[in-house]
Design a protein around this ligand. Sequence first.
Ligand code: 5GP
Length: 197
Amino acid sequence: MRLLEEKIKKDGRVINENVLKVDSFLNHQIDPQLMNEIGKEFAQRFAAEEITKIVTIESSGIAPAVMAGLYMKVPVIFARKRKSVTLTDDLLTANVHSFTKNETNELAIAAKYINDSDKVLIIDDFLANGQAALALVEMVQQAKAAIAGIGIVIEKSFQPGAQKLKNKGLRVESLARIASLSNGEVTFNSEKMEELV
Ligand code: 5GP
């Protein structure tokens, strides 16, 4: 997605060879116009699937997921990172180790929000080692719902997450795919492709 790649080039900050900071439009301050375009793009890519629910993870997945839900006209559920006192019903749960925070959280979704007649689109902001997406997959499977695919805003293709998900037969649609963060610079897979043409 060209608009997103341009935004990453302009406002993203390469922290090191593995981490990109996008606090100015996705992870802290949020650019609603960009989120709107992201939601539209996810809805177009998954238009052929009869998706009934979107599942994401708090907090940075919520903005793109809600925009996708708006276009797809389906509810959005976000997995909570700690069991809150109000989240005491039947729960779908999984553990996730955070790539950036280096901590493990238990994720929980109230079981009543997903059931075996649902077809779920999973959305997240980043895909690195795949831990967050795999935890969401596990929870959706606990509910015996079908998974239409995984929509990712920024995939770091040099890390193994995307391949792990594809190996499980899951469809992965990433709007920006980063080939490398070397030398303080973002290089997209699309740029590498252009070099070959
Ligand atoms: P994974 O579970 O795929 O290893 O990592 C995905 C999660 O870690 C995302 O939900 C995101 O919050 C965080 N994350 C992974 N890599 C990055 C990164 O380069 N920058 C930022 N800001 N977050 C990241």
